[in-house]
Design a protein around this ligand. Structure first.
Ligand SMILES: NC(=O)c1ccc[n+]([C@@H]2O[C@H](COP(=O)([O-])OP(=O)(O)OC[C@H]3O[C@@H](n4cnc5c(N)ncnc54)[C@H](OP(=O)(O)O)[C@@H]3O)[C@@H](O)[C@H]2O)c1
Length: 280
């Protein structure tokens, strides 16, 4: 839609249209210690490698993707940075404590946490398919409980032991739209924001806590959805910037919130959805 324009608006544009003057890797995170959760595959693995390209040492968390996580850590070590893998089910408090202890045992500090683990419930195409309590609990446990436990355990160490740190969590633009497909996913992501706001207050003034809220990102999980071709068409039609969010659109915003460039921002959520949720 473009009420102010007399010109035809294309159905889809190339990402290059919006990629002018982006910041190339410039060692911005040199000597910084970063933990990326869910980094054994998909978006998380790309975030981990991007931080390493920009100078950081990266702890690669995984739950079940052990092999993928080891490959990511190897790739990062190949760049001359320090990297190791650490396993934890984020919905289990003992696991999360062990993960945090392991980071401080190895490094004695952590500058940045990117907590991007999430349960997308990609097999469910409608609220009608929500059948068992266990399925519902899974999404809420991974997103709401998981972000609570991870931010609590990592953030409290940043606060108590070093009095600095930056935390970035992964929400979604379902914060505005809800999710008629999977209401439990939206409940989980609202939980993430409750956690972000609570700890942004609790950990101030030393540790900042923020979130990103992307729209549909073209990740492996999204492309595997049976309804994706149809959904993609709808998303393009409803997105003023006329393209689907790419991982490359998300990473720089996470890096901005992780870095001192956003030093006076806390408790905030940045939407990355090409205007999908903007009234238009
Ligand atoms: N794709 C999108 O369109 C989109 C849009 C907005 C927001 N997001 C968010 O972006 C994040 C990544 O999305 P994605 O598409 O890359 O999803 P994905 O492919 O399903 O990846 C999920 C990640 O979460 C980890 N994970 C799941 N359950 C876990 C648990 N109990 N404990 C620890 N780790 C667990 C997985 O680790 P293992 O493989 O090691 O088990 C995996 O790394 C999620 O938070 C998602 O909600 C995605």
């Amino acid at each position: 839609m473009s009420w102010g324009s007399l010109e035809e608006v294309p159905e889809e544009v190339s990402p290059e249209v919006h990629r002018r003057n982006t910041t190339p890797p410039c060692n911005r995170f040199a000597n910084q210690k970063v933990l990326v959760t869910g980094a054994g595959r998909g978006l998380g693995s790309r975030i981990a490698v991007a931080f390493a390209k920009d100078g950081a040492d990266v702890a690669v968390h995984y739950n079940t993707s052990a092999e993928g996580a080891e490959k990511v850590a190897e790739e990062i070590r190949g760049m001359g940075r320090d990297s190791f893998t650490v396993q934890a089910d984020v919905a289990k408090w003992d696991d999360v404590r062990r993960m945090a202890d392991e980071i401080w045992r190895r490094w004695g500090r952590l500058d940045i946490l990117v907590h991007q683990v999430g349960e997308m419930v990609t097999g469910q195409m409608s609220w009608r398919e929500m059948k068992t309590e266990a399925e519902v609990r899974k999404a809420i446990d991974v997103d709401a409980l998981g972000s609570l436990l991870v931010i609590h355990e990592v953030g409290r160490r940043m606060y108590d032991l070093q009095k600095y740190g930056s935390i970035v969590a992964m929400a979604s633009n379902v914060l505005t739209t809800g999710s008629p497909r999977a209401p439990q996913y939206a409940a989980g992501k609202f939980g993430v924001i409750g956690v972000v706001k609570s700890y942004a207050n609790a950990f101030a003034p030393w540790v900042r806590v923020n979130a990103v809220a992307p729209g549909y990102i073209e990740t492996e999980a999204t492309k595997a959805r049976p309804d994706w071709p149809k959904r993609k068409k709808f998303v393009l039609q409803s997105t003023p910037l006329k393209r689907i969010c790419q991982i490359e659109d998300v990473i720089p915003v996470i890096m901005f919130l992780a870095s001192g460039d956003s030093g006076f921002i806390t408790g905030h959520t940045i939407y990355i959805d090409g205007g999908f949720t903007m009234p238009h």
